[in-house]
Design a protein around this ligand. Structure first.
Ligand code: AMP
Length: 281
């Protein structure tokens, strides 16, 4: 496995791979890897000749008061895990090289970026789409893998690729959970034992919502109310939003008729967590 820091070295490697006719599967991450990231690598391993993973904590997608500085980082551990899962190249550029002085170009997917997490994190998705575009241009993947854990991110990236005619297939992979149901996240390390146990209510409330839909409930308001009541019983969990939306357009549904994305964001102590589930009527 190669570890590449330099953008020009990465570009040279990509040129060589393209010349050899190799397909490239790409897994963008911010590192501090867990089984969720590994599931993306394994999917890429199955379908592409070469698997490239980027590890880059992207300053552009963090607001000043957010956790950019303390976001967990451990490159040695990441290298080991990535190697075991079948990554061929880790690309981990420096922020000063990705955004040199005088940098002024951004990619913004309007509409989709302003719903759900976009309400409390304005500018976040503009940071995401800008870095993903840059990484796509450097790595030139045939297929890129994203987690359904970040459902809004996947919807936005798919729209960006369509709107900008990028010739890249976007694959969305299922949410990987801890044994007790908590969605895996690099940010879970921030949780105290008590918070960790109360955070389970997010997945539990989504499971309850899915059960309600299965039993015939079609009214988003009733589903949201049930979820909110469950979550309110956990003192360290503060709801950001609970939404029942169209899984592509991310617009609120007035009734569940076919498929719906039920998404929740909450602060558990100072840690912001998200989770979601797709339900079918
Ligand atoms: P991150 O390092 O948190 O930016 O995540 C990198 C990629 O891994 C994104 O496409 C995420 O959606 C995906 N991912 C993160 N957590 C999970 C999870 N629990 N299950 C599946 N994919 C995940």
């Amino acid at each position: 496995m190669k570890l590449v820091n330099s953008i020009s070295r990465m570009s040279t490697l990509v040129k060589m791979l393209k010349k050899e006719g190799k397909s490239i599967g790409f897994v963008p991450t911010m590192g501090y890897l867990h089984e969720g990231h590994m599931s993306l690598v394994r999917a890429a391993r199955k379908h592409a000749d070469v698997v490239v993973m980027s590890i880059f904590v992207n300053p552009l997608q963090f607001a000043p008061a957010e956790d950019y500085d303390k976001y967990p980082r451990d490159l040695n551990r990441d290298e080991e895990l990535a190697g075991t899962a079948g990554v061929d190249i880790i690309f981990c550029p420096a922020a000063k090289d990705m955004y040199p002085e005088g940098y002024t170009t951004y990619v913004d997917v309007e509409g989709l970026s302003s719903f759900l997490c976009g309400v409390s994190r304005p500018g976040h998705f503009k940071g995401v789409t800008t870095i993903v575009s840059k990484l796509f241009n450097i790595i030139r993947p045939d297929i890129a893998y994203f987690g359904q854990k970040d459902a809004q991110q996947v919807a936005i990236i798919k729209k960006m690729v369509k709107d900008l005619n990028m010739d890249i297939e976007i694959k969305s992979m299922p949410i990987v959970r801890e044994r007790d149901g908590l969605a895996m996240s690099s940010r879970n390390v921030y949780l105290s034992e008590g918070q960790r146990s109360e955070a389970l209510v997010l997945n539990q409330s989504l499971a309850k919502a899915a059960a309600l839909v299965k039993a015939g409930e079609r009214d988003p308001e009733k589903i949201i109310k049930t979820m909110a009541e469950m979550i309110a019983k956990k003192p360290s969990v503060k709801i950001g939003y609970i939404s029942v939306v169209d899984s592509e357009k991310l617009t609120d549904l007035r009734a569940i008729s076919k498929e719906a994305l039920i998404a929740v964001a909450a602060f558990v102590g100072k840690t912001r967590l998200i989770d979601n589930i797709i339900v079918k009527a």
